[in-house]
Design a protein around this ligand. Structure first.
Ligand code: CA
Length: 381
């Protein structure tokens, strides 16, 4: 089998109501989708995750200008070899950011092809599924004005609860006072309902404020405190982890085996959050998962992409060993973004559903998704 064509689809849609996280306003949703066509009629799909507010065209340019030539006429089943050819071929200008997102999207598509070729879900190729279902958590609580929205956000918590979510992640990083007003309003609205909260500041603060917020948040029994400081500041990560009672999480802005090695060696996180669409795809995720085992770090993937990234993440989650085994081990959870997204569900013929509070992990071949090409045509730019 040989790779014949690599199609890159950049799709976009303006949002009717822009929303904010601590680093800026999201005015549109976008995705860089990778379609790899083989000479044997098997097509694989992947997605490059646009980091933060990254324009999707950057990863698209990396695929088209750096990697298409490396991949043409190669055997798509050589996932490990091709990953290293792409990584070594882009080391001097890549290693992180959009170039790694480009490798990630391609790698996901190659694993999708492999699954379809062997007629197995990717989780089987990764070594087998530890679980068939996963509990989703609602990522939401974005801002429409910016500050002073605690009563609206408290109502939002109830709407997630009604959809079946028992885990929720609150976006913070809008000033310590506003953050605490939001937390108290949400806590009051869900009091007694058995909801576990996490928080994410998207590295809004420096070490001092991040510590102050962490101490104030200790009353909420959080599952984790995510991206408290900028991803480069591993010393502050380590200090927060030593000083605060809750688990520290991060890693959505880290990439590859070598990036995560630095994160783990610094003692920066309890929970690492590689995003399959930017950490380097399944191949890289597998490296990172093994390394995390050696460091005693939990892995809980970051997921903010469209239906293709969600499907790929579900396969990775299925095959994730827990880091601290017991008969009642804490299991990985699925990040399920609840912010406005005009084409996330429409991109899959069979979008993920929550039933009895759980998402069933597909056992169809590859990443287990049928891509709706009409949606791509509709949003293609
Ligand atoms: Ca995050």
């Amino acid at each position: 089998m040989k790779i014949k064509h690599i199609n890159v689809h950049v799709i976009k849609s303006e949002l009717e109501v822009p929303f904010a996280f601590s680093q800026g306003w999201v005015n549109q949703r976008a995705a860089t989708l990778i379609e790899i066509i083989t000479n044997e009629g098997i097509t694989g799909w992947g997605e490059c995750f646009p980091q933060g507010l990254e324009p999707p065209e950057i990863a698209a340019a990396a695929v088209e200008n750096c990697f298409s030539e490396i991949l043409k006429n190669q055997n798509p089943l050589d996932t490990e070899r091709l990953w290293f050819e792409m990584y070594n071929g882009s080391r001097d200008f890549g290693r992180k950011g959009s170039v790694m997102a480009a490798i990630s999207g391609i790698d996901i598509a190659l694993w999708d092809i492999a699954g379809k070729f062997y007629n197995k879900p990717v989780s089987q190729l990764l070594g087998g599924a530890f679980r068939e279902t996963v509990q989703p958590y609602a990522t939401g609580f974005y801002r429409i004005k910016g500050q002073g929205e605690s009563s609206r956000l408290a109502e939002e918590a109830l709407s997630h609860y009604e959809k079946g979510f028992r885990l929720m992640k609150i976006k913070l990083g809008f000033g310590l006072q506003d953050d605490m007003a939001v937390m108290r309003a949400i806590q009051e609205s869900i009091s007694g309902l058995g909801v576990t909260l996490m928080v994410d500041t998207n590295h809004a603060y420096g070490r001092r404020d991040a510590l102050t917020l962490g101490h104030k948040l200790s009353e909420f029994d959080l599952r984790w405190y995510e991206e408290p400081v900028v991803p480069e500041d591993l010393e502050s990560y380590a200090e927060l982890r030593r000083s605060l009672p809750m688990a520290i999480a991060g890693g959505e802005n880290e990439h590859g085996l070598y990036g995560f090695k630095s994160l783990f060696a610094a003692g920066a996180v309890d929970t690492a959050q590689p995003d399959i669409g930017s950490c380097g795809g399944f191949t890289s995720a597998r490296h990172i998962v093994t390394l995390a085992q050696a460091f005693g770090v939990e892995i809980n993937p970051h997921v903010w992409g469209s239906a293709i990234a969600q499907a790929a993440s579900l396969q990775l989650i299925a095959a994730l060993p827990v880091s601290h085994h017991s008969i009642f081990s804490r299991q990985p959870i699925l990040e399920y973004d609840q912010s406005a997204h005009p084409f996330r569900r429409e991109l899959a013929e069979d979008p993920i559903e929550i039933e009895d509070g759980l998402v069933t992990i597909p056992s169809r071949p590859g990443i287990g998704i049928s891509v709706n090409k009409k949606t791509i045509e509709r949003f293609k730019r």
